[in-house]
Design a binder for this molecule. Structure first.
Ligand code: 13P
Length: 353
């Protein structure tokens, strides 16, 4: 069992992660995922290009106004800027908490075919000790729930929930705040009702397993998907609908002592993700801090503006800071689409209907 002072320390970090008007940048894409992003801008996936890409995101001046924490990848937490300063130090100077992705990617679920489990529990404690030494304050572990014919199965949901709880416990024992991320994939042609049903099942199982494992929810951040129609339907749900469904589900299943929730964007366009978060805050009366922890919906426009070229650095950082500011405003319910003037949504990927 964790002691009171350990829980108080974890709570302090967790609350800073979801401080009002701030959210978390996910910059923890694995090498192969960065490769997919670079293919979009015709850039070779080399270590130095990945380093330069992260430098563009992490050195945007003043981003600490909007960003409370950054999730780094194992390679990135060890890298430095072109002037030789470690990324961790850059973040610390901006008052941003360094975080680290500690899962080791997905594997096929041997029991439930067509579904995934997440690797990385073996030797986790030792890896976390090293990350603490490198300056990490929080961690992320992503599980994936796939909606399809007969999926997700109860067995797959339960195993993912158990693994997330085991990871969260080891994090807290090492003084790190766990972000527990069951991502209900937006890929597929499922309805918003199916998204809601799958989200409800995984969240109920997750909080049961966190409780069974003795994880302190005051020192835990949930990172999950919005309740939303599958991308394959081509349907763009109204932000009010996404907000109402998501918040109602959360009120039903999230414990009150959870420190906070930060959404992934999951393949929504930048503007869609911001508008949906804003609509949740316009509903008001939220029992927990709800904010953003986007990768694509914070990075896509900036990545295109950068295109791997030094001379585009400033312009790309401007795009990134604009997006961070819009999401900061959305996390307070103060965003409006008029604020996007001069910044086009280059990332719309779900057709309007
Ligand atoms: P997206 O916002 O691109 O979904 O990424 C967030 C994330 O951290 C997924 O694990």
């Amino acid at each position: 069992m964790l002691g009171e002072s350990q829980i108080a320390e974890l709570n302090k970090v967790a609350m800073a992660m979801v401080a009002p008007g701030k959210g978390i940048l996910a910059a923890d894409e694995s090498m192969s995922t960065v490769g997919k992003r670079f293919a979009g801008i015709n850039l070779e996936n080399t270590e130095d290009n990945r380093r330069a890409f992260r430098e563009m995101l992490l050195t945007a001046p003043g981003e600490g106004q909007y960003i409370s924490g950054v999730i780094l990848f194992d390679e990135t937490i060890r890298q430095k800027t072109s002037t030789g300063e470690s990324f961790v130090s850059v973040l610390q100077k901006e008052g941003i908490l360094p975080g680290i992705k500690v899962d080791q990617g997905l594997m096929d679920d041997p029991v439930s075919s067509g579904q995934k489990l997440t690797k990385g529990l073996d030797g986790l404690g030792d890896r976390l000790k090293e990350y603490v030494g490198l300056g990490a304050k929080f961690c992320k572990w992503r599980s994936v729930i796939t909606i399809g014919e007969g999926t997700p199965t109860d067995a797959n949901i339960r195993q993912n929930a158990k693994d997330l709880a085991q990871y969260a416990l080891v994090c807290q024992q090492n003084g790190l705040v766990p972000m527990v991320e069951p991502e209900v994939l937006i890929d597929g042609d499922h309805t918003i009702d199916q998204s809601e049903a799958a989200s409800e099942k995984i969240l109920i199982a997750l909080f049961e397993e966190l409780k069974n494992a003795g994880v302190a929810l005051e020192g835990t951040i949930l990172k999950t998907s919005m309740v939303i129609s599958g991308k394959g339907t081509g349907k763009l749900d109204a932000p009010e609908e996404v907000a109402k469904r998501t918040v109602e589900l959360f009120k039903k299943v999230l414990p009150e002592n959870l420190a906070g929730q930060a959404f992934l964007s999951g393949g929504q366009s930048e503007l869609q993700a911001t508008a949906n978060l804003n609509a949740m805050h316009q509903l008001g009366g939220l029992p927990w801090p709800l904010t953003f922890s986007f990768a694509r919906a914070l990075q896509d426009g900036a990545t295109k503006a950068w295109a791997g070229k030094k001379e585009n650095l400033e312009a790309a950082q401007k795009v990134f800071l604009h997006r961070a500011k819009m999401n900061s405003l959305a996390s307070l319910g103060k965003y409006s689409s008029d604020m996007e003037k001069g910044f086009s949504d280059t990332t719309a990927s779900v057709s309007q209907n």
